[in-house]
Design a protein around this ligand. Sequence first.
Ligand code: ZN
Ligand code: ZN
Length: 387
Amino acid sequence: MSKQDYYEVLGVSKDADAKTLKSAYRKLALKFHPDQNPGDEAAEAKFKEVGEAYAILSDPEKRAAYDRFGHAAFEGGGAGPGGGNPFGQGDPGDIFENIFSQVFGGGFGGARRRNGPARGNDLRYDLEISLEDAFTGKDTEITLPTAVECGKCDGSGAEPGTSPETCPTCQGAGRVRAQQGFFTMERTCARCAGRGKVISDPCKTCGGAGQVREDRTLQVKIPAGVESGMRIRLSGEGEPGLNGGPKGDLYIFIDVSEHDIFERDGPNLYCPAPVPMVTAALGGEIEIPTIDGGRAKVTVPEGAQTGRKLRLRGKGMPSLRGSGHGGDLFVEMMVETPRNLTSRQKELLREFCECSEAGCNPESEGFLGRVKKFWDGMTGEDQQRPN
Ligand SMILES: [Zn+2]
Ligand SMILES: [Zn+2]
C-alpha cells in the first residue's frame, strides 16, 4: 500500500506552522473519529492516517526527518541493531490524548490505544451556579455523556462469538521498531493502533471501539462557599478504564455567575449603594439587601462621602470548610447628586449655598488651595497664567 504524503493527508502546505497543523488535524480527527462513524472502516482508517500524519508533523525533529527522507524515515523492516530512538521522545498515541483533552476538556477514548491496563480518562463538566446557590450550597443533578463499556461485546470491540486476534504486525506488542539508515525508532503499530490486537469482525454496536456513549445522571453536592474556578472531584466517575484499568475521575468546574447587586471578592461581598445627598450630609439610615435574602439597615454617618465603605460583619459568603466565620459585606456608598430639581428646591439650594461657611467643603477648599499654589509657582517663568 503506497502511503499518501502526510501534508496531503492533513491538507496543509509544506510550510504550514504548528497552529495550522493542529487545527487541520483537529478538524479531520473529529470528522473521522470512530465515535462519529461507528462501524465505518474507511473512516477509521482515515482517522488513523490523520493521527499518524499529525504525530510526525507536529514533532519538529520527526518532521525534519520526514521532510528529508519521506516515509522511509519511519518505515522499513523489523528491529535492527543499535537500538535507541534518535528522537528520544514520545509515543505518538499520547498526542491523541493531548489533543482530545484540549478539544473536549478531557477524555475521548484516547486511552484505548494502549496495550495493558489503562486508567480511564478524566472528564470535565462545567457547572454555572448563582451566587445565592454558592452562598447556601446546593444539591443538584447533572447529566453528562460518558463512554461506558459496550454491553454487547463486553468492551472487547469484537462481535459476540468472535474475539480480537493478536496483531500479526507487532505480535501483540502494540509497537514496532523500524530502521532506515541511521534511524532506528520505535513507533506505535499502525495496523492495530497500539492495541496489540486486531478485530476482524468488529462489534456492530460500538464499531469495534469497545465503548459506547451514554448519558448518565449524577447527584452532585455543591458545598456552601464555592468560588469560580474551583473544581469538585468525583472520584471514579470518569470514563471506564481499559483492559481492567481503573476508572477516571470527573471534575466539576464551578463558575459562579455575576450578581446584579453583589460583587464578590473571595469571602467578602461588596454592595454599591446610592445614598441621597441629603442623607449623606445629615446622616441617616439606608436599607440594603443581604445575600441570604434578608435586609439590613445601615447607618450612614453625617458627612458621608462617596467611596466610603461600611462593614457588616459576617454578612459575606460562608467559609468553604465551615471553619471560622465567613466573609463580611461591605456597603460602598455612592452619594447621589439630586437631579430634576423644582424651582423651589433650586431656590433652597442657592439659599443653602449663600449661607455656607468655610469648612463645609474641605475637599474643594483644599483642592483650590493646591491649585493656587501650583499657579503661583509658575509666575516668573515663561508660562502664561490662564485667565
Ligand atoms: Zn500491531
Ligand atoms: Zn461493542
